[in-house]
Design a protein around this ligand. Structure first.
Ligand SMILES: *Cc1c(COP(=O)(O)O)cnc(C)c1O
Length: 344
C-alpha cells in the first residue's frame, strides 16, 4: 500500500527537523547543562541574546515554560497581570499563571490592536487598597488567536512607554517573533527593544524539533534559570537539541515562503462561495477561515481529513490553517481545489 503524505496545516509545530539539523545534532559537542557545561547550549543562548538585543538568554524545553518562567520572575503572588483576552498565556497555558505564580490575570479585549495603548491606559487602575497591584503586561507578536497578525513597532513602543511610566514590566510572547519581523521587513530588535523579556520558539516555523529561548537582563535570566530548575526544565546534554536550534536560526528568511503560501491559500480559498477570509489579517503564516455555507466548519475539517488535508477548528464556524516548511505551493493549490470540490 502506498502511504500518502498528509498536508498538515494544523500548526507550524508539525515541521520535521531537516537533515542538516539531524547531522548537527549527531555531532554536537555536549556537556551537562545544569552544571553550565554544555558548549552548544551556551552558544545558542549567546546567539539568541544577541539576536534579541538582550544581555542574556536561557534555553527552555517549550514556549509555555518560557512564558510561565517570565511570569514567575516578574511577579509576586496576588499581583495582577494584564494581557489580551485571546493571549496564548491566558487561553492556552492551562491556568499556569494562577497555579504557578499565584497571580490574577486581567484579560483585556483589543490590547494587541493599534488601539491597544488607549485600551491599556483605561485598564490601568490607580493605587487603591481594594485593587491588586499590577506588575506585568504581557504582549504577543505575532498574535496567534488574532490570526497571526503583527503588532507594529510604534504600537509596541507606545505600550512599553505606558508600562514603564507606571513601573510595570513587559513580557513579550514572541513565539513567532521572526514571522513578525519578516512581515514588517525590519530587524527583530526593533520589536524586542519594547519589552523587558521575550520568549521565542525554535520549534514552530523555524522547524527545530524542540525548544524555545527566553531573553532579558542577566539578572532576569539568573532568576529564570532557577525557576527552570524548579519546574523540572534543567536538561543535561541538551546541546543535542540546541544544535538543531542553531541551524534553525539560520533559516529565518525562509519564513517569507510560508507567508507567501499563506496569502496564496487565503486568496484561493476566499474565492470559494461559503468561505470568507479577512485578507487584511493574513499577515504571516496563519489564516483564519470562516465557513458559512451549507456545511459546518467541523464537517469541512472532517471531509478535508479524508482527502489527507489536516486542519482544525479555531472556534465556532472557524478553521485555522498554518503554512510552514513542509507544505509546498503545489500542496496549497491542492488544498484550494479540494476545498472547492467539497463545497460545490
Ligand atoms: C506555540 C505558542 C506558545 C507555546 O509554545 P509551546 O512550545 O507549544 O509550549 C506560546 N505562545 C504562542 C503565541 C504560541 O503560538
Amino acid at each position: 500500500m502506498i502511504k500518502i503524505k498528509a498536508i498538515d496545516l494544523r500548526s507550524d509545530t508539525v515541521t520535521l527537523p531537516t537533515n542538516e539539523m539531524r547531522a548537527a545534532m549527531a555531532s554536537a559537542p555536549v556537556g551537562d547543562d545544569v552544571y553550565g557545561e554544555d558548549p552548544t547550549v551556551r552558544e545558542l543562548e549567546k546567539k539568541a541574546a544577541a539576536l534579541m538585543g538582550k544581555e542574556s538568554a536561557l534555553f527552555v524545553p517549550s514556549g509555555t515554560m518560557g512564558n510561565q518562567i517570565a511570569v514567575l520572575v516578574h511577579t509576586k503572588r496576588g499581583e495582577e497581570v494584564i494581557l489580551d483576552s485571546e493571549a496564548h498565556i491566558y487561553y492556552y497555558e492551562a491556568g499556569g499563571p494562577a497555579l504557578l505564580a499565584g497571580v490574577q490575570l486581567n484579560p483585556v479585549k483589543g490590547l494587541l490592536t493599534p488601539q491597544g495603548p488607549e485600551i491599556l491606559k483605561e485598564t490601568l487602575k490607580p493605587e487603591d487598597i481594594h485593587f491588586p497591584k499590577t506588575s506585568l503586561v504581557c504582549l504577543e507578536n505575532t498574535f496567534n488567536r488574532g490570526g497571526g497578525t503583527v503588532l507594529a513597532p510604534a504600537t509596541m513602543e507606545e505600550l512599553y512607554g505606558i508600562c514603564h511610566r507606571q513601573d510595570l514590566k513587559v513580557h513579550l510572547d514572541g513565539a513567532r517573533i521572526f514571522n513578525a519581523a519578516i512581515s514588517l521587513n525590519i530587524n527583530v530588535k526593533e520589536l524586542t527593544c519594547c519589552c523587558d523579556s521575550v520568549m521565542f520558539c525554535l520549534s514552530k516555523g523555524l522547524s527545530a524539533p524542540v525548544g524555545s529561548l527566553l531573553a532579558g537582563t542577566s539578572e532576569f535570566i539568573d532568576a529564570a534559570r532557577k525557576y527552570r530548575k524548579i519546574l523540572g526544565g534543567g536538561m543535561r546534554q541538551a546541546g543535542v537539541l540546541a544544535a538543531a536550534g542553531l541551524i534553525a536560526l539560520q533559516s529565518v528568511d525562509r519564513l517569507k515562503e510560508d507567508h507567501a503560501n499563506a496569502l496564496r491559500l487565503a486568496t484561493g480559498l476566499s474565492s470559494i462561495p461559503g468561505i470568507s477570509i479577512d485578507l487584511q489579517r493574513v499577515q504571516t503564516n496563519i489564516i483564519v477561515v470562516k465557513v458559512e455555507g451549507k456545511i459546518s466548519a467541523s464537517v469541512l475539517v472532517d471531509k478535508l481529513s479524508v482527502q489527507h488535508i489536516k486542519c482544525a477548528t479555531f472556534g465556532p464556524g472557524i478553521i485555522r490553517m498554518v503554512t510552514h516548511k513542509d507544505v509546498s505551493s503545489q500542496d496549497i493549490d491542492f488544498v484550494i481545489s479540494t476545498t472547492k470540490d467539497l463545497l460545490n
